[in-house]
Design a protein around this ligand. Structure first.
Ligand code: BG6
Length: 471
């Protein structure tokens, strides 16, 4: 493993930060998103309703605990820490010209605290956090004007933090726009009755592509050392059988991921992209100059999340739970939330992405949502989490050491417990650090180290050499 391999952990403001109405912050779309309850999926309200609990409002309160949390990350030996900036903390409505100074100061304090310990911040610019005003008054990324608002926001944070932050990503899991049935996460889009959903989301995605490219161009002008990536969910899929038809079905399944990858990395709509547009009978409206912007604003690396794999083909049985629908693989076990566990698939994913793009990769999310039990003495024995992460690290090491894939780093998701994006739950935990809060929002927010905390510390200390629990 390279000496400068970026070991760390990942979070996002909408699930972790809290402080939703403090420091002059405006509302963001996730502030009106309820958790899933009694078989009802997550849903968006028009505004904050009395008596309803919204999980993002406190998250797990990084806003007030950042010093304590960063000290714990340092204790684990983190080389980097992935977080997001909440757009509406900087621009409370989203369309202002001037930023909210108090919001900027908060992230100054966070980055200073990280740098004090030599932890490199890795910052997502938009992780499910479209300002609510842009959603309500503009229809979110349907409206081309968001390109300008986003560019302005990026320029402000790039200029402010140009000497503190080097690694950036534009839109979290942008291909989730097509993959997941909650396009308000990625694009702030709540579908309107009767509209052609593919036309809407693919046009909105075009605006996001242009915005991402403009951010890359502006970022490189502000600091040529910036590394600015895209961020994809990588929903690895295998053909269910060796039947040629299943291979075609499998290509079809991966089309939307490569649609987003191609535009970001190759800087143009490739045949993969045009075939997807044809499939959905969608025409993208471009403005003069868009093609040049996309070509100029290619990303420096691909950040991606990897949690599970699935299969595609004739007559496959869908597995309940995977955030992206897919078929059940008889060779794999699944988590309590039905996500199929496939560490070897991480090596395959790294190879597929690197073979296709020859661009540095960064695993910015991976992990296992699980129930944790706090013992009477306060300890938490999460051996299932250690097993999951250990096996995935073996997969990534094989990709680096045997296959020569260029991998920048590894930041397991929810390194400290936070709110689950797909359900709004707290009991679905990913952390090395436990946070005392339940699904209704009750709890002291006290932090506790799980067994995995000590194990991951040793992994980082030995640069990935020591993966066993015993040594
Ligand atoms: C990714 C997201 O989809 O997966 C994160 O980028 C999310 O925001 C993570 O939290 C895990 O999903 P969940 O639903 O278990 O939180």
């Amino acid at each position: 493993m390279k000496k400068d391999f970026l070991w760390g952990g990942a979070t996002a403001a909408n699930q972790y930060e809290g402080g939703y109405n403090e420091g002059g912050r405006g509302l963001s779309i996730n502030d009106v998103e309820r958790g899933a309850r009694h078989g009802v999926k997550r849903q968006i309200d028009d505004e904050i309703m009395d008596g309803v609990y919204y999980p993002s409002h406190t998250g797990t309160d990084f806003y007030h605990h950042y010093k304590e949390d960063i000290a714990l990350f340092h204790e684990m030996g983190f080389k980097c820490f992935r977080m997001s900036i909440s757009w509406s903390r900087i621009f409370p409505r989203g369309d202002e010209k001037e930023p909210n100074e108090e919001g900027l100061k908060f992230y100054d304090a966070v980055f200073d605290e990280l740098l004090k310990y030599g932890i490199e911040p890795v910052v997502t610019l938009s992780h499910y956090e479209t300002p609510l005003t842009l959603v309500k008054e503009y229809g979110s990324w349907r409206d081309r004007r968001l390109v300008e608002f986003f560019e302005n926001y990026c320029k402000v944070v790039f200029n402010r933090y140009k000497d503190k932050v080097k690694y950036w990503m534009t839109f979290n899991e942008i291909n989730g726009c097509l993959e997941v049935d909650r396009p308000w996460h990625q694009a702030g889009i709540v579908y309107r009755e009767g509209e052609d959903q593919y036309q809407t989301i693919l046009q909105a995605s075009h605006h996001m592509f242009v915005a991402s490219a403009k951010a890359v161009i502006a970022g490189h002008e502000i600091n040529p050392n910036f590394k600015i990536g895209c961020m994809l969910i990588y929903p690895l899929s295998y053909a269910a059988t060796c039947s040629p038809e299943d291979q075609v079905a499998n290509r079809d399944k991966m089309l939307s991921t490569f649609y987003y990858g191609d535009v970001h990395v190759r800087g143009r709509y490739t045949n993969t992209c045009t075939s997807l547009l044809k499939k959905h009978n969608v025409q993208i409206q471009m403005e003069p100059g868009d093609e040049e912007i996309l070509a100029q604003g290619k990303v420096d690396y691909i950040g991606f999340s990897y949690y599970f794999s699935s299969i595609a083909g004739n007559g496959v049985e869908d597995i309940e739970g995977n955030v992206v629908s897919g078929g059940k693989n008889p060779y794999l076990k699944a988590t309590d939330w039905g996500w199929q566990i496939d560490p070897v698939g991480l090596r395959t994913s790294l190879n597929q992405l690197y073979d296709r793009y020859q661009t540095p990769l960064f695993i910015v999310e991976n992990g296992m949502g699980a129930y944790d039990t706090v013992e009477e003495d306060g300890s938490i024995h999460d051996d299932y989490r250690i097993t999951y992460i250990r096996e995935h690290i073996k997969g990534l090491k094989d990709a680096i050491e045997i296959d020569d894939v260029d991998l920048m780093g590894y930041t397991p998701w929810g390194c400290i417990d936070l709110v689950a994006a797909s359900t709004g739950e707290m009991r679905k935990r990913y952390g090395f650090i436990y946070v005392d809060k339940d699904d209704e929002g009750n709890g002291t927010l006290q932090r506790k180290k799980k067994d995995s905390f000590y194990w991951y510390k040793k992994v980082i200390e030995t640069n990935g050499d020591c993966l066993s629990e015993e040594e």
